[in-house]
Design a binder for this molecule. Structure first.
Ligand code: UDP
Ligand code: MG
Length: 132
């Protein structure tokens, strides 16, 4: 059993995809143990995306991530970090396979509907960041 930090990004909420995405998470056997609706601010985004905050696409990413509320979630289950990354699909728009959440719902590399932690260590850091 492990846990991960998942976030439904603003486009997922605006496009009313939350139900469809959560259905996939639950169907895979994962359990959502906490969920929180948040409007993100520049400071927390800069921290969350510190590994890419110097990239040319960062300003567009920031305004996208602030374009409406997100749903932060703690998701638990067997190998949740890696398993969720698998059902989410690849970061790059052209690499996200059909059948994955991003492959089926993303409209660009930036607007890719979902975040998931990339390691057990980062999962704990991100859970602390968003749930305290
Ligand atoms: N992103 C982007 N352009 C890129 C790479 C990433 O807009 O070339 C955005 C995208 O929304 C992605 C987020 O920045 O989900 C975080 O990037 P990361 O490399 O951590 O990918 P992830 O872990 O989300 O797959
Ligand atoms: Mg990442």
């Amino acid at each position: 059993m492990s846990r991960t930090y998942i976030m439904l990004k603003p486009d997922a909420i605006q496009r009313k995809l939350a139900g469809k995405i959560i259905e996939r998470i639950e169907s895979k056997g994962y359990v959502i143990t906490q969920i929180k609706v948040m409007q993100l601010e520049p400071a927390v985004l800069k921290e969350h995306y510190a590994h890419i905050s110097d990239k040319p696409f960062y300003p567009a990413l920031e305004s996208y991530m602030m374009s409406g509320p997100v749903w932060g979630m703690i998701v638990e289950g067997e190998n949740a970090v890696q398993g969720m990354r698998q059902i989410m699909g690849a970061t790059k728009f052209e690499e996200a396979l059909a059948g994955t959440i991003r492959g089926d719902f993303a409209t660009s590399t930036t607007k890719n509907v979902i975040h998931g932690s990339d390691s057990e260590e980062n999962a704990e850091i991100e859970i602390k960041r968003f749930f305290g």
